[in-house]
Design a protein around this ligand. Structure first.
Ligand code: CAA
Length: 257
């Protein structure tokens, strides 16, 4: 079953999906993408789940990229299909209505970095390494790595990473804004779960709307993004969470979202 290459663990409101092929440094296959899409569909419907964490099994890798054995079998048509499959699944992560956090242990390369960039927040172990090494294989990123990386870290740094194919360490990834935080390797999951728990305490409806306004707003002119934010701000006032959050503050009691 492809799902054995993907583990799902639920702990209260936090679901953790683990890429589980450490012998191949969790290289991303068609089966993994198809399994991930099914798991995300289930987790989207699961009302108990409020935050999803993506991570890699083993100490060595989050994911060392698309499966190069598979790349070796591709012709132009199937290469395009593989790129579009990866893009669809990473778009699903990016547009997922609940926050998705990447807990990055070890190598985060090529398609692995492209997938991590689709997540809302990236927490890196101090041993993590990030890169887009595709040009060393005579190819370019295919899972929308070039546009996502240049939006995240700027055109110059994205070009340096993609043109050299060299990996950068977690400290440099933090400095250029590719990751949110760097933590000691042995604390990676603990710190990631602590962050997820803080998010779980807040209104999931408000977080979903905030995610939409940030992601969609970035593609708009500022004035349109600001108007869009006002519209979603207004929408909050139709929700039970808004009534509860404001009442709880005024009544000086904890919220019950
Ligand atoms: N695909 C398939 N297998 C991979 C892989 C990948 N991306 N990365 C590593 N592996 C496999 C290795 O072939 C090796 O398998 P065997 O034990 O069967 O030989 C195993 O994982 C362990 O890897 P190494 O022995 O190479 O480990 P290392 O510590 O010496 O080196 C590494 C680690 C620097 C990450 C090296 O494995 C490496 O360079 N991997 C390839 C990284 C890469 O080029 N990624 C981009 C792929 S292309 C892409 O992502 C674009 C796309 O699909 C759209």
């Amino acid at each position: 079953m492809p799902e054995t290459k993907l583990l799902l663990e639920k702990d209260g409101a936090i679901a953790t999906i683990t890429f589980n092929n450490p012998k191949a440094l969790n290289a991303l296959t068609v089966e993994i993408f198809e399994g991930l899409t099914r798991l995300l569909d289930d987790l989207e419907r699961d009302e108990d789940v409020r935050v999803v964490i993506l991570t890699g099994a083993g100490e060595k890798a989050f994911a060392a990229g698309g499966d190069i054995n598979h790349l070796a079998s591709l012709d132009p048509a199937s290469a395009r299909e593989f790129a579009l499959l990866g893009q669809r699944v990473i778009d699903q992560v990016e547009n997922f209505p609940k926050p998705v956090i990447a807990a990055i242990n070890g190598y985060c390369l090529g398609g692995g970095n492209e997938l991590a960039m689709g997540c809302d927040i990236r927490i890196a172990a101090d041993s993590a390494k990030f890169g887009q090494p595709e040009v060393k294989l005579g190819i370019i990123p295919g899972f929308a790595g070039a546009p996502r990386l240049s939006r995240l870290v700027g055109k110059g740094k994205a070009k340096e990473m993609i043109f050299t194919g060299e990996a950068i360490d977690a400290g440099e990834a933090l400095r250029i804004g590719l990751v949110n935080r760097v933590v000691a390797g042995e604390k990676l999951m603990e710190e990631t779960r602590a962050l997820a728990l803080k998010i779980c305490c807040n209104s999931s409806t408000a977080i979903r709307l905030a995610k939409e306004v940030i992601d969609n707003g970035l593609e708009m002119e500022f004035a349109h993004a600001a108007r869009y934010e006002a519209d979603l701000f207004a929408l909050c006032f139709t929700t039970a969470d808004c009534k509860e959050g404001i009442s709880a503050f005024l009544e000086k009691r904890p919220t019950k979202f």
